[in-house]
Design a protein around this ligand. Structure first.
Ligand code: C8R
Length: 263
């Protein structure tokens, strides 16, 4: 009989592996390859799940490397059309509400691996071949080379390397630093765009409805991003409160002045 350990005996400070992790990943893989992108219907979801689990099972969850995920990444052969990639930081809900309507744009969660892993937690333990459902390393309080953080960095890097043409970026203008150089976008994606393929980085800085007028595009945080983009020989374009995404925010706040009049 397995009894949940009392909190003080938990090994790590983060949430444990999501219950039914394997079933969820397998189910999402079938949903994605059979229903969402039927052109991928010949992918072997069991093989993909095995490669996913092999990346971290029976290993120290603080010593995971990008190489551990390479066999999994190799199984994903999906390509994304030029001008369709959408990156984001600190604005996950709005981004996905927006892509729910504007389905041409592709975020990492719209690719097979991002779709399978979204909102899940997972880790193993060197002493067993089981998943650890009790606790997993917290990236700040335990270690950054944990299975989740390394996974997102590895697949984000591949996603950025594959982008071409214009790329779009949605950032959170209600934060003092909409561009966070420690985020996955600011530390991995922006540096893995290929300037020979990507000519323009188009940024949309979205503010919460009701937060007074602001011009994040001319602030120091966005200027830092502009310098990185220009230094890497790409064109930088920035727009505050991009109208199509503003319309999505207005669905929940139709009476707000910024939704009634000039938006
Ligand atoms: N990306 C990164 N992390 C992701 C993710 C994703 O698509 N999807 C999820 N669920 N996560 P944040 P960021 C998880 O600060 O760091 C890609 C990870 O645990 O809000 O700049 C995507 O392509 C991760 O630590 O954003 C996007 O462009 C948090 O959620 C950036 O990277 C996201 O933390 C977003 O990453």
């Amino acid at each position: 009989l397995k009894v949940r350990s009392p909190p003080e005996l938990l090994e790590w400070h983060g949430r444990g592996t999501t219950s039914h992790f394997s079933e969820i990943v397998l189910g999402r893989c079938f949903t994605y390859t059979q229903l969402i992108r039927p052109e991928l219907r010949d992918q072997d979801c069991r093989k993909i799940l095995d490669a996913f689990k092999s990346a971290f099972l029976s290993k120290n969850p603080c010593n995971i490397t990008k190489e551990d995920y390479q066999p999994l990444l190799k199984l994903d052969t999906q390509t994304i059309a030029c001008n369709k990639t959408l990156f984001w930081s600190k604005l996950k809900d709005l981004v996905h509400q927006y892509t729910g309507v504007q389905q041409e744009l592709v975020t990492l969660e719209d690719t097979l691996l991002g779709y399978m892993a979204d909102r899940l937690t997972w880790c193993g333990d060197p002493s067993t071949s089981d998943l650890n459902y009790q606790s997993c390393p917290h990236w700040r309080n335990d270690c950054s080379n944990n299975p989740g953080s390394v996974f997102w960095k590895a697949i984000s890097q591949k996603f950025a390397e594959a982008a071409c043409g214009v790329v779009q970026v949605m950032l959170n203008g209600s934060l003092t630093e909409p561009f966070d150089k420690n985020s996955v976008f600011g530390s991995v994606e922006i540096f893995n765009l290929r300037p020979e393929k990507v000519h323009t980085v188009q940024v949309w800085v979205m503010q919460d409805i009701g937060k007074g007028p602001s011009d994040s595009c001319s602030g120091s945080s966005l200027n830092e991003l502009k310098l990185i983009v220009n230094k890497r020989n790409m064109t930088f374009v920035c727009q505050n409160n991009y109208r199509p995404a503003r319309f999505v925010q207005c669905v929940k706040n139709p009476e707000h002045p910024s939704c009634r009049s000039k938006i």
